[in-house]
Ligand binder design. Structure first.
Ligand SMILES: Nc1ncnc2c1ncn2[C@@H]1O[C@H](COP(=O)(O)OP(=O)(O)OP(=O)(O)O)[C@@H](O)[C@H]1O
Ligand SMILES: CC(=O)N[C@H]1[C@@H]2OC[C@@H](O2)[C@@H](O)[C@@H]1O[C@H](C)C(=O)O
Length: 396
């Protein structure tokens, strides 16, 4: 079964949907794509984002915590989010001043609620697994569009981590013939892609560096009594000083000593991590400002240490390009700049690319490849033992 416009080799208009681990909402990128695979070229036509309402965000946060979650809640939310994603597609198209008939495909990441790339030890039933919810049939029936989604399990089924996928788009969007670039996304989790000058896809090195905003957000939320969802601009952290002793304890986490490929999520650095961090901060009598500064320094140091340990020994890097919501945290960026004195640290906006849209653009590319039967995982990034076509299709 081959659909137009892929059958005729025409450019396609795809709505890529991404809902990240920070649980902040739905990003939609409407793009025009020509070609496929790593040779594709992509033009961003419109970017639209819709924040989750606070109650929905809280329910999703609960779904990610074993003690607060159950199968009935997950089952319901899978369908509910499908309709939310469908509605977001229609809103994005209207916001772009386009008609839904102009769209060929919707490609949806879904909302990760569990990601376990390394099976639990000692359980004979344990395998690598990952769960992104937001039913693609609900999106397809709501929008009347073909929908591709549920990409990650396919990579795991061929031995990969099911993440990170960003390197695929980083290579298409940011590779440079003369400059070595290090792309650092700071969303809920931090993930990086090293693109040596004139990189070949097999030279790529990519992995999750650890927490992005996840710990910072949780600490801001708890310390503000639920008033703040994040530390705007990093202003709160800027008023404090990181506690070196606590920071060193945090950086001794086994995740940081594990060489790539590796990926992580709320399972390691979610709510319970933040709660135990705050218990330690209390024992050490840290002020709220110092606790915020320590949580922020934790992300900055985990990123810089990852580069020192795994990237710089292998690749020449000239510039570090930061994307994701963490690019708006000035304190985090200045800490990162201080820890990387030999590097030019900049945001992707400096290069004229709207960093908020990047991940949604990448999922549009992955969905387009799926429709052509083109392998869309990057074994160099995910650790898979072979390339494969990732995704599943729902008809309108
Ligand atoms: N003005 C701001 N100041 C500080 N931090 C901000 C600001 N705006 C956004 N952020 C941070 O960025 C986060 C959202 O980032 P982003 O949308 O890139 O994450 P995500 O895509 O959900 O996560 P991931 O990339 O891990 O899947 C917020 O939760 C917040 O911590
Ligand atoms: C399981 C999951 O949803 N992982 C996300 C998350 O957000 C950042 C990091 O953790 C990355 O591994 C991934 O998303 C991006 C898009 C990726 O696959 O590269």
């Amino acid at each position: 079964m081959m659909f137009s416009p892929w059958k005729d080799g025409r450019p396609t208009v795809v709505v890529g949907l991404m809902s990240g681990t920070s649980l902040d909402g739905i990003d939609a990128a409407i793009v025009r794509i020509e070609g496929s695979g790593l040779a594709a070229s992509v033009e961003l036509l419109h970017y639209y984002s819709k924040a989750y309402e606070p109650e929905l965000r809280q329910r999703l946060r609960d779904l990610c915590v074993e003690a607060n979650s159950n199968s009935a809640l997950i089952c319901n939310m899978n369908a509910f989010l499908g309709y939310q994603f469908g509605a977001a597609v229609l809103e994005a198209v209207a916001d772009a001043g386009m008609h839904v008939d102009e769209v060929d495909l919707v490609s949806s990441h879904g909302q990760t609620i569990w990601h376990q790339p390394v099976p639990e030890q000692g359980d004979p039933y344990a395998v690598a697994s990952t769960l992104q919810i937001g039913d693609i049939s609900a999106i397809a029936k709501h929008t009347g569009k073909l929908v591709v989604g549920d990409f990650r399990p396919a990579d795991m089924a061929v031995g990969g981590q099911g993440a990170p996928f960003a390197p695929y788009g980083d290579w298409i969007l940011f590779r440079h013939p003369e400059r070595g670039r290090l792309l650092q996304n700071i969303g809920g989790i931090g993930n990086c892609t090293a693109l040596p000058a004139g990189a070949d896809p097999s030279d790529l090195l990519a992995f999750d560096t650890g927490p992005g905003n996840m710990v910072i957000d949780a600490v801001a939320h708890i310390l503000s009594g639920g008033r703040l969802l994040y530390d705007d601009g990093g202003n709160w952290a800027a008023q404090g000083k990181p506690d070196r002793v606590l920071l060193d304890e945090m950086l001794a986490h086994s995740y940081f000593g594990t060489p790539p490929p590796k990926s992580t999520g709320r399972e390691l650095f979610g709510h319970s991590y933040a709660v135990s961090f705050l218990e330690q901060a209390k024992l050490r009598k840290l002020s709220d400002e110092d606790a915020m500064a320590t949580a922020t320094a934790f992300t900055a140091h985990s990123i810089a240490d990852s580069y020192e340990n795994y990237v710089f020994p292998r690749h020449g890097i000239d510039e570090v390009i930061v994307t994701g919501g963490g690019a708006r945290n000035k304190t985090l960026l200045s800490m990162l700049g201080e820890l990387l004195p030999g590097q030019k640290v900049m945001t992707s906006r400096t290069l004229g690319f709207d960093d908020d849209a990047k991940e949604a653009v990448i999922f549009a590319l992955l969905g387009n490849d799926f429709m052509l039967g083109v392998p869309n995982n990057l074994p160099a990034a995910t650790g898979a033992f072979r390339p494969t076509v990732m995704g599943k299709l729902a008809l309108p």
